[in-house]
Ligand binder design. Sequence first.
Ligand code: VGL
Ligand code: ZN
Length: 199
Amino acid sequence: MTAYDATTALVVVDLQNDFADPAGSLAVAGGDAIVPRVNDEVRRATEAGALIVATQDWHPESTPHFARDGGTWPVHCVGGTWGAELHPSFALPAGAPHVRKGSNGEDGYSGFTMRDPVTGAERPTELEGLLRDRGITRVRVCGLATDYCVKATALDAVRLGFATVLLADAVAAVDLAPGDGEDALGAMSDAGVEIAVSG
Ligand code: VGL
Ligand code: ZN
């Protein structure tokens, strides 16, 4: 069985300069090393006519997501800046949809949902509708970072009823604490995500 068909989508999470470039403000160790494997998946998906979607962390200049505004993270992926651009070696086909999350200051990590940082209220991004409109029932997830946006996206995908595969050799973790990436794989597996390798 081939991994891709018209009902399967490849979801590439946040493969952006601030995470994937060693000079990025929230550079993930090994982030740039996954790009060739992501590109191989993109090629396979394209050959099978499968949908490819890229998510982007897309923050305003000031958001409670950032440490300087009371949150956790260094300033990163401010919409319209170099850090928010997709990594230049990421061969996303022209016309592939982009889902940008966080532009109103929401601090959710998932490509599917955004969370109001004040009220905690969640609301959907356009990702689910985009998949449903095309009859997608299976998703393959890769990108950055394993312990935050990849994990949240894969958990939401399962919760929403998509058969979900995590490409463990095409992700990398922030690992604020050692082992966070491994723990994230365990949590995804426990929730019903199939942990696999690309190819
Ligand atoms: C992410 C930390 C902060 C991610 C986004 O894409 O995994 N991590 N914002
Ligand atoms: Zn962020």
